[in-house]
Ligand binder design. Sequence first.
Ligand SMILES: Nc1ncnc2c1ncn2[C@@H]1O[C@H](COP(=O)(O)OP(=O)(O)OP(=O)(O)O)[C@@H](O)[C@H]1O
Length: 251
Amino acid sequence: MSILAENLVWRIGQKTVVDDVSLAVEPGMVLGLLGPNGSGKSSLLRLLAGLRRPVSGRVMLDGRDIARTPRRDLARRVALVQQHASTEINVSVEEVVRLGRTPHRSALSGWTRADQQAVDMALDQVGMTGFRRESWHGLSGGERQRVHIARALAQEPRELFLDEPTNHLDIQHQLELLRLIPKLGLTSIVALHDLNHAAMFCDRLLVLDRGRVIRHGTPAEVLTPDLLRDVFRVECDFLQQEQGFHILFRR
Ligand SMILES: Nc1ncnc2c1ncn2[C@@H]1O[C@H](COP(=O)(O)OP(=O)(O)OP(=O)(O)O)[C@@H](O)[C@H]1O
């Protein structure tokens, strides 16, 4: 397994935010993480990326416990694109993406061809090459989001965690990004709110509610009318199409 989490628990004060979560993702697969607001998706992603330590349970990447993995090794293989990430200082787009190379560089080595190639490719993958010299502060919310993803890709991770990556993006860029993720060949976990997008682009889905895993499996196994009613509190119909199903929400 590329990503394996066993019985993760995380609390803040008296509140159990992540409650006995286990999951497994095979190499190259995309797992969609679903759940209502406050269900623990962001908190779980931070535990999986090693930014938070669980109260109990463990996360294994390629069979190695991340609690015993040196920070630098972890930073070389895992990238997390968080919500509301921001940069205060006045920098160019390319400079933001170059930060993704930090874990690969030593204090003595200069900027290498491999570093530049990784940055060029990452900018290209998110369609931001033309913006490389622009100031970060002049970008729209969606453009910033794409630059954050480029920074994560420049890191050349093996595991990619994305927290609502389509936030702020127009529909064209939402679809482009969701199409890109499976093509990267990385093992990915993506927190999403759009259930149709999750069904279209993820191999497997996992639904959280109040920190607990309610269901996991293929999109067709997970997204059923009873789950949408019980967890998301919506009534819907399902439209069966050649390329899969589509959820129609009732007015
Ligand atoms: N640092 C923190 N301090 C206090 N409460 C926290 C903290 N981190 C998470 N929580 C609480 O834990 C719960 C889960 O939050 P989390 O952000 O993980 O949910 P989420 O599923 O990502 O939500 P959303 O869909 O709204 O982004 C929320 O009730 C939140 O207020």
